[in-house]
Design a protein around this ligand. Structure first.
Ligand code: GDP
Length: 281
């Protein structure tokens, strides 16, 4: 996949650059039409300085400027749990990513707790329980169809009682309507905020790399409901290139924090722009 892109883009390193083709390839990399056109235009404007340079490297450097510098890992508070809401549309890999992030934080030496707040989808609670046993991280769940904000509230109390550093709340990705879903997320945010007014401290949107530019619309909608602090881009091991996270960063200023590269718990790591772009182009 990477070789294909490299070959295509190398084709453009001669002075006769086929800009339309370059634009098509950037769109194929999931950057979205608007951003792809903008990048091509900006490179066209610098055309004279491009001569003799590898167009692949020039394009990567150009995109890298949109992405923020690497962020430090999440740090724990000394006296209270850090609350992380994991949000996103069903099927993006939200439950799996919650478990993977819990595992990563645990490996970094933190104490972690999971809250099974996707009470709309019974299987999500069961799935998170299976993960919790596997990664040996405690889980708080409510009765079937429990109010997700009540689950998070109880989980917060449990996290305080057990002096846990990170509380990860897996939230619902589907309700009867999108409006209900956003209202529910707002309520979770409000209720958690009653325990600690700075909570939730992180709201991470899970974005499936294989859904292409739909992810931008999802990010807009979720960001309106609960201000997002970061993205987790999943399924980068599949056919999706994930370029849409660059468009999300540019339009909404939300940085990508983690990437999922498979179904196993260790297939998850902090986002690295250089590695990401090397895979994309
Ligand atoms: P949710 O509905 O958003 O909670 O999604 P799930 O966590 O249940 O994941 C949906 C499917 O995607 C499951 O089969 C996961 O194993 C799979 N999945 C999640 N993350 C990744 C990933 O990074 N790569 C691959 N290949 N599959 C993933």
């Amino acid at each position: 996949m990477a070789g294909f892109f490299t070959k295509i883009l190398q084709k453009f390193s001669n002075p006769e650059i086929d800009w339309d083709e370059l634009e098509a390839q950037l769109i194929g990399g999931d950057l979205g039409v608007k951003l792809s056109m903008q990048i091509v235009q900006e490179l066209r404007d610098q055309q004279r300085t491009l001569h003799g340079h590898d167009i692949v490297d020039v394009t990567k450097e150009h995109i890298k400027k949109i992405l923020p510098p690497p962020r430090p890992p999440f740090l724990a508070f000394e006296d209270k749990p850090k609350v992380i809401l994991v949000v996103g549309v069903n099927g993006t890999g939200k439950t799996t990513s919650s478990a993977k992030l819990a595992h990563l934080l645990k490996k970094q030496g933190h104490s972690v707790m999971l809250a099974a707040a996707d009470t709309f989808r019974a299987a999500a609670v069961e799935q998170l329980e299976v993960w919790s046993k596997r990664i040996e991280v405690p889980i708080i769940k409510g009765p079937p169809n429990a109010d997700p904000s009540a689950v998070c509230f109880d989980a917060y109390n449990a996290a305080v009682a057990r002096k846990v550093s990170f509380l990860l709340c897996d939230t619902a990705g589907r309700l009867h309507t999108r409006h209900n879903l956003m209202e529910e997320l707002r309520k979770v945010e409000r209720i958690v905020g009653k325990k600690d007014e700075s909570a939730p401290h992180e709201v991470l949107l899970v974005v499936d790399a294989t859904t292409g530019s739909n992810a931008l619309q999802q990010a807009r909608e979720f960001h309106k409901a609960v201000p997002l602090t970061g993205l987790i881009v999943t399924k980068l091991d599949g056919s999706g290139k994930g370029g849409i996270v660059v468009a999300i960063q540019q339009e909404l200023g939300i940085p990508t924090r983690f990437v999922g590269t498979g179904e196993q718990v260790d297939d998850f790591k902090a986002f690295n722009a250089t590695e990401f772009l090397d895979q994309m182009l």
